[in-house]
Design a protein around this ligand. Structure first.
Ligand code: FPP
Length: 228
């Protein structure tokens, strides 16, 4: 039998909520609402997968503040409600909740919910679900470099990696939904050797079945890590 790749860290750029809603004559926020259900379905799938240990999801970028205030407020409330309503699910799925990104600009209420969810789930072992919130990769790298410099340590690949917001393993597989083929300032450092898949499916329609098919293809890709 030929060698298959092991998927430990999966990252997803969840894109296409607005277009999903528009296609159905609904307001954009409806797409986000259904998108939150997809988050639950995909997290559930990953928590029962044999090898996936970390799932990182791009939920809000540093650029997303440019959206209309009403949409930004909706996303903040959706996130707050999601974390509160899904706490039992995190516990049932033995899933730890973590974040990457600069949480400083979020409201005290949302920051409190985020901290409470992290605290309540911190001993869960099956999966770590990492939400990228007010996340931008260049911002993360600059903040990490400043941390290393301020400690008077030499700046090396190891010291920079350790100072990132996301001290998780390198990403094995990145998926972006909705047909766009860009990284949009997502985990640039951690994606160095990742395999990438782009699907036309809009995030609210993305399913565990499609994820399973992509994982199947990933397992048979030839990963060389710069070798031959
Ligand atoms: C991209 O679609 C999606 C976002 C910017 C937000 C992601 C949010 C969710 C999936 C729902 C809430 C998340 C959690 C964790 C509860 P878009 O609005 O850019 O879509 P478009 O490109 O079609 O306009």
């Amino acid at each position: 039998m030929s060698k298959t790749n092991t998927l430990r860290h999966l990252a997803i750029i969840m894109d296409g909520n607005g277009r999903w809603a528009k296609k159905r004559g609904k307001v954009r926020t409806q797409g986000h609402k259904v998108g939150a259900e997809t988050v639950r379905a995909i997290t559930t799938y990953c928590s029962t997968h044999e090898t996936i240990k970390t799932l990182t999801l791009y939920a809000f970028s540093t650029e997303n503040w440019k959206r209309p205030k009403m949409e930004v407020n909706f996303l903040m409330k959706l996130l707050n409600d999601y974390l509160k309503n899904e706490l039992d699910t995190y516990m049932e799925l033995d899933t730890r909740f973590e974040t990457v990104g600069d949480l400083a600009p979020f409201s005290p209420k949302l920051k409190k919910t985020i901290e409470k969810t992290k605290e309540a789930t911190k001993h869960n072992k099956k999966l770590v679900q990492v939400l990228a919130l007010n996340y931008g990769s260049r911002d993360e790298i600059v903040r990490a470099a400043n941390r290393v410099i301020s400690r008077d340590e030499p700046l090396t690949e190891e010291s920079l990696s350790a100072a990132l917001d996301s001290p998780y393993s390198d990403i094995d597989l990145l998926i972006r939904t909705s047909g766009e083929q860009r990284l949009s300032n997502f985990l640039l450092w951690q994606l160095s050797y990742s395999e990438m898949f782009f699907t036309e499916t809009l995030w609210p329609d993305f399913s565990p079945q499609e994820l399973e098919e992509i994982i199947e293809q990933f397992q048979h890709r030839d990963r060389k890590f710069g070798g031959i």
